[in-house]
Design a protein around this ligand. Structure first.
Ligand code: PMP
Length: 407
């Protein structure tokens, strides 16, 4: 587990070095949002201190600098996910907006009554609700791939669902509630055999493993900057250029047009067609810095380190009577989601907070997952490369404290 130099890395995250309720902060809420390293904070400050200006429209020096840095962020992201072309990288607010963009634009243009969209039973609400809305508006039908008790998709059921009415498969890569890493290549192969495109929610995978959109073979992918050590308010939708070119704009106004008269508007080319209005310039620059930070550590090393930490945590949790790990798929990422009959998740979270430990409690915006296990909520410890085995031990001690209190 030493391939990642955690002690040195933690120096880049000043926020981690503090006491919470008199105890050293143990931040295990990385699936909700990650902390930001100094280079990301510096890139944002540098923009506001030295280069603040609007992008694309100015001939003056500050605007040129801002535009160069904003576009350098796009190129860094292209490289990071191995997209064929930077014009396919659309800046959005985050995964939620990426999914809504595809539902609104692609869905409204290409779906008709009776068509079907396939999702999984472990989607975040942001990959359920946009399709439901289209269901009400257009009359499409949502099909849901079930999963077994371990949290693994039933691929035979999926295969049986694909038919001539299927227009899109939109699935999560790594579940935020269970940690399951879904078999994307197999999902894509079956969908493409029927000419059906695949959209991938990579909110929880892009920050934790190497992602190559061409290798995965997907047609759309979306992720959030704030879950990958970048700022909030910025994220990415990547799509194949031929699909994006066919799609109507999602929002309209400045920047997304080539020319406007009162009679007619001609849209701008990619990526601008989908970036109406002044974008989150500082956010894009910060996200570019986050990508470079991750590349310097190495995504392969990050994945290996977090896997080892997760396995250690799962083993330690399994030793505690009364703790039930939810999500035990053979292929899973750094998520330890658990349930205790003895205490409500929120009470566990409060006791852990008193020990300085930050975890998430609740349904994790995946209520159907909770329904599947017939539980109201879980406690979720989600890991980053800056976490340590000592922090997992602190979590285990915190749970011992819960057992002391609740018996
Ligand atoms: N999908 C998954 C798998 C997620 O974990 C999240 C965030 N919890 C989202 C989508 C939504 O991301 P955001 O809130 O950043 O738009």
């Amino acid at each position: 587990m030493t391939a990642v130099d955690v002690a040195r890395i933690r120096d880049d995250f000043p926020i981690l070095d503090q006491l919470i309720n008199g105890k050293p902060l143990v931040y295990l809420d990385n699936a909700a949002t990650t902390q930001k390293p100094r280079p990301v904070i510096d890139a944002i400050s540098n923009y506001y201190l030295h280069n603040n200006s609007n992008v694309h429209r100015g001939v003056h020096t500050l605007s040129q600098r801002a535009t160069d840095d904003y576009e350098a962020g796009r190129e860094a992201i292209r490289r990071f996910i191995n997209a064929p072309d930077a014009s396919e990288i659309i800046y959005v607010r985050g995964t939620t907006e990426g999914l809504n963009l595809v539902a609104s634009s692609y869905g409204r243009k290409f779906f008709k009554a009776g068509d079907e969209v396939i999702i999984t039973g472990m989607e975040h609400h942001s990959n359920i609700v946009p399709w439901q809305i289209l269901g009400k508006e257009i009359g499409i039908r949502l099909r849901v791939i079930p999963f077994n008790d371990q949290g693994e998709l039933l691929m035979d059921e999926y295969e049986g669902m694909l038919n001539d009415r299927t227009r899109l498969v939109s699935v999560v890569h790594q579940s935020n509630a269970l940690g399951t890493i879904n078999p994307v290549s197999a999902i894509v192969e079956l969908a493409h055999a029927r000419g059906v495109p695949v959209m991938l929610d990579t909110a929880q995978s892009v920050p934790h493993m190497p992602i190559d959109v061409q290798d995965l073979g997907v047609d759309f992918a979306t992720f959030s900057g704030h879950k990958m050590y970048g700022p909030t308010g910025i994220g990415v939708l990547w799509g194949r250029a031929d699909l994006l070119n066919e799609m109507p704009p999602y929002q309209t106004g400045g920047e997304m047009i080539r020319s406007v008269t009162f009679e007619e508007t001609i849209y701008n080319v990619l990526p601008h067609k989908f970036e109406a209005g002044t974008p989150d310039i500082a956010g894009a620059i910060g996200l570019g810095a986050a990508v470079e930070y991750l590349e310097a550590i190495g995504m392969g090393r990050i994945a290996a380190y977090e896997q080892a930490l997760m396995r250690y945590g799962a083993e330690r949790l399994a030793e505690i009577e009364g703790v039930r790990l939810i999500g035990t798929a053979a292929n899973r990422g750094g998520v330890l989601s658990f349930y205790m009959e003895a205490a409500h998740a929120h009470d566990i979270g409060t006791i852990l907070d008193a020990e300085g430990i930050a975890v998430r409690t609740g349904h994790h915006c995946a209520q159907p997952v909770m329904a599947r296990y017939e539980i109201p909520a879980t406690v979720r410890a989600s890991l980053s490369f800056y976490n340590t085995t000592e922090e997992i031990d602190a979590l285990i001690k915190g749970i011992d404290r819960v057992i002391e209190v609740f018996g």
